[in-house]
Design a protein around this ligand. Structure first.
Ligand code: FES
Ligand SMILES: [Fe+2]
Length: 438
């Protein structure tokens, strides 16, 4: 049995050892075995609309520059000068033809080539001028750009496995290509990063933790039927990725509709999608979904908003979170207003839901100080069932088994479940090419 995961198929029961949430050695192992060998999300292509736009980002502790070069190509550079290491770009975001180091003035193009070095006659004729360094791999799927520090990792699409289908369900919601809206939510949580991974696809906590939020939605909408959640599934997407997916009936469960204006526009857009993609696929699009792409990217589509969330482990008991809103650019003012309101009032760090989650996670972490006396957490819900819903925990077990495999080398078999019914299987009629954003 693994030190960290007790996957008992007989009882059945699945437990995770709390040492995985507090132990600095486990944290170091994760850095090496997981973050040095996965595809990690850096940002979305639409965050760099113009040539020579850049953003500075941290991925797996590394300072990076996420840029679009002068030819329009997406580039990722290590944000450290090849001379003696100073940070090249010190702004969160900017547009610049040259990335110039402030320390001694070495300057580079956004394509990573050295442009000038002051006083270069003091270097020999044959001196090789260094360019910028980059992560071993950079690739994108439908606008989502990932990097990997492992030169031998499988290609991005193979890595994403079944997650591509759920990215498609989100990205197909725009005829022009979904875009990241201006502005981010940035907050931190005094808890282990894996707790937010679990929480991001935890349907079980919704009604108890977010009772106030649902009361507010009930008051705003006049009706609310959480039993619609029963018509949902927890799904293993392969390679540690997992999703909880709601049927179209869950469409109206979340969000604060400020007015009915916009409903018609939305319906018309989805009618066009029906012609384009077929009913089965559009029905799936209209449901909601919370997906975790292993290890630390979350995409949550609750119809009233789509959140892209990047979780950064900082220490065993501290994480940083960045969240963006993804939207169809063709959306009219009223729908956009509602979307932004929901992004703030549901997901915002001072909203009506996220602070409750943060509180829950931080109290878990506090409790883990007694991990020696109470070593195991339970993630067994639904293990005895053939069909797993949103309120079960199959999706978390899926993620943890992959975590366990990478950290300990022990591969645990997947759970065999009943095949998904048509509602969760329907395919898109016309598949567009996977590498475009449209
Ligand atoms: S460290 Fe950048 S120019 Fe010297
Ligand atoms: Fe929550």
């Amino acid at each position: 049995m693994s030190t960290f995961v007790n996957d008992d198929r007989e009882m059945p029961r699945f437990q995770v050892n709390r040492s995985a949430m507090v132990d600095p050695e486990v944290f170091a192992l994760e850095r090496d075995k997981i973050f040095n060998h996965s595809w990690l999300y850096i940002g979305h292509e639409t965050e760099l609309p113009k040539k020579n736009d850049y953003k500075t980002r941290k991925v797996a502790g590394r300072p990076l520059v996420f840029a679009r070069d002068a030819t329009g190509t997406i580039q990722v550079w290590i944000n450290s000068c090849p001379h003696r290491g100073a940070m090249l770009c010190r702004e969160d975001s900017a547009n610049a033809r040259f990335l110039t180091c402030f320390y001694h003035g070495w300057s580079f193009s956004t394509a990573g080539e050295m442009v000038s070095m002051p006083g270069d006659d003091a270097y020999g004729e044959g001196f090789e001028r260094p360019g910028l360094a980059s992560p071993a791999k950079v690739d994108s799927y439908r606008g989502f750009v990932f990097v990997s520090f492992d030169p031998d990792i499988v290609d991005l699409k193979t890595y994403l496995a079944g997650a591509t289908e759920y990215i498609d369900l989100v990205c197909d919601q725009s005829e022009q290509g979904m875009e990241i809206l201006h502005g981010t939510h940035e907050y931190s949580i005094k808890a282990n990063w894996k707790l937010l991974v679990e929480n991001s696809m935890d349907g079980y906590h919704a009604v108890s933790t977010h009772q106030r939020y649902f009361e507010m939605v009930l008051a705003a909408r006049g009706k609310l039927d959480p039993s619609a959640l029963a018509d949902s599934r927890g799904i293993d997407l392969g390679n540690g990725h997992a999703v909880i997916a709601g049927a179209p009936a869950t469409e109206g469960l979340f969000g604060r509709p400020l007015s009915d204006a916009g409903a018609e526009e939305r319906a018309a857009r989805f009618d066009r999608f029906r012609e384009l993609y077929g009913d089965g696929w559009v029905d799936r699009m209209m449901g909601n979904r919370n997906m975790v792409i292993f290890p630390n990217l979350v995409i949550i589509d609750l119809v009233m908003g789509v959140v892209v969330r990047k979780i950064d482990p900082i220490s065993p008991d501290y994480m940083e979170v960045t969240a963006w809103e993804l939207a169809p650019p063709e959306e009219g003012d009223e729908l956009r207003k509602q979307r932004l309101d929901n992004f703030l009032t549901f997901w915002g760090p001072g909203g009506l839901a996220s602070p409750d989650d943060v509180e829950a996670l931080e109290t878990c972490q506090t409790g883990y100080a007694a991990a020696r006396e109470l070593p195991w957490s339970d993630i067994s819900r639904g293990m005895n069932k053939d069909i797993n819903s949103t309120t079960d925990e199959l999706q978390m077990r899926t993620w943890w088994r992959r975590w366990n495999e990478l950290v300990t080398g022990e591969r645990l078999p997947v759970e065999t479940k009943a095949p998904l019914d048509e509602m969760f299987r329907a395919e898109r009629r016309h598949r567009s090419t996977e590498s475009t954003n449209a």
